[in-house]
Design a protein around this ligand. Structure first.
Ligand SMILES: Cc1ncc(COP(=O)(O)O)c(C=O)c1O
Length: 400
């Protein structure tokens, strides 16, 4: 019997999905589970996009061009122009199978096996998977709840740079912390990249979701300044509630990088024909759609934040964007607690599913008393979920 590759073990299970079997068992036994564990929004996809499916008449369902369908590339170009980034042309965009593939392609394109990428922890846990698949080492710099998970000083970041460092990968607005980096923070990263000759990989899949009147500072604003080093990673999943369409984009002004990722894209042939036809309708989606979704998330954020603040022993900072928050809980081991919620705890035959935060850190032992909550439910369900958490915590600390 041949042995499996050792490297297979280097790919971690998703901390967001690994409790799924317990949730399934709970549901099978008739328990209602409120899902706060995964960023799969309940917001409706725009009708303009659904309309494409309803009136579909193309047969057969063929491949598309490897770079992306002409219509979708033009729609994306239109979108970036609408944000003021008029220097973006279709040739600067590679359509990807979700933002996930954009991240993986960017790592493959910028790093040799064994190279290091600086990431600020806690970070989107799947970065671990993309790093493992590409043989890249994540060099984590810890950010803390006390500083609202904002970036450390330039000096601290520079200390982490060594001769293996090739890039800084950051997420803004941030999953899992909800932090929106300031203009000064983005400019600091651009300065560091310039001074140390590093790539900047900016994951902006939550670009539109910022609250309290804040706006996101995109790396696109600095792309002409560092044209060969700046790479923006984008997604349709959250902006248009299109998670299942599996569409994203890699944006760059570096022609060699684009030529290389196109060769990767040719190897996997194309992104979905139907998906791209549907997403191309983004040009017809009223801006009000995004404004309404953003407002809805802000209401949810407020309800969640108020509720969490009222639970004894809970530590939380008001998230500034995206739809996640890292929450400190009065428990010793948040993974055991999250599992217990699904296996043992019930209130009126209901429970919640939340993600233990340990998997969002690279440093072993960090995040042990933290969880990540995704506020992807309507306000009523969110309020009920907070009540469930309150009841569960008081019971758990009595039973343990
Ligand atoms: C920070 C971040 N980046 C990238 C992705 C990947 O999204 P997708 O592959 O659905 O575009 C996600 C999904 O949740 C995310 O949260």
């Amino acid at each position: 019997m041949p042995s499996l590759a050792k490297r297979l073990e280097s790919v971690p299970a998703s901390p967001i999905r690994k409790l799924v079997p317990y949730a399934q068992a709970a549901k099978k036994s008739g328990t209602k589970v409120y899902h706060l564990n995964i960023g799969d929004p309940d917001i409706k996809t725009p009708e303009e996009m659904i309309g494409v499916l309803k009136s579909w008449d193309k047969n057969p369902i063929s491949y598309e061009l490897s770079q992306g369908s002409t219509k979708f590339l033009e729609a994306l170009t239109w979108y970036y122009h609408s944000l003021g980034f008029t220097f973006i042309e279709t040739k600067n965009i590679q359509v990807t199978n979700g933002g996930s593939e954009a991240i993986s392609m960017a790592l493959f394109a910028t790093c040799e096996p064994g190279d290091e990428v600086i990431v600020f922890e806690p970070f989107y846990a799947n970065y671990n998977s993309y790093a493992a698949l590409n043989g890249v080492k994540i060099h984590a710099i810890t950010t803390t709840i006390e500083s609202g998970f904002h970036l450390p000083s330039k000096k601290t970041i520079e200390k982490a740079i060594n001769d293996k460092t090739k890039a800084i990968l950051f997420c803004n607005p941030n999953n899992p912390t909800g932090t929106v980096y300031t203009k000064e923070e983005i400019e600091m990263l651009v300065d560091i990249a310039t001074e140390h000759g590093l790539f900047l990989l900016s994951d902006e899949v939550y670009r539109e979701y910022t609250y309290d009147g804040k706006t996101q500072v995109s790396l696109l604003s600095y792309m002409p300044k560092v044209p060969d080093q700046a790479i923006v990673l984008d997604s349709m999943s959250k902006r248009y509630s299109l998670c299942g369409a599996r569409l994203g984009a890699l944006v760059s002004l570096n022609p060699n990088l684009l030529a290389g990722v196109l060769r990767i894209a040719q190897g996997r042939l194309s992104s979905g024909f139907i998906d791209q036809a549907m997403a191309s309708e983004l040009v017809h989606v009223e801006n009000q759609y995004i404004v309404n979704v953003q407002k809805e998330y802000e209401l949810r954020r407020d309800a969640l934040f108020r509720g969490l603040q009222s639970i004894p022993g809970v530590t939380v900072r008001k998230p500034e964007g995206a739809f996640y928050v890292i929450v400190g809980l009065p428990v010793g081991d948040s993974e055991a607690f999250c599992q217990w919620l699904l296996t043992d705890f019930r209130d009126q035959n209901e429970t919640i599913m939340i993600a233990p935060a340990g998997g969002f850190y690279a440093t072993v032992g960090k995040g042990k008393n933290e969880v990540r909550i995704a506020y992807v439910l309507n306000t009523k369900d969110l309020k009920r979920s907070i009540d469930l958490l309150r009841i569960a915590l008081s019971l758990y600390n009595k039973t343990k």
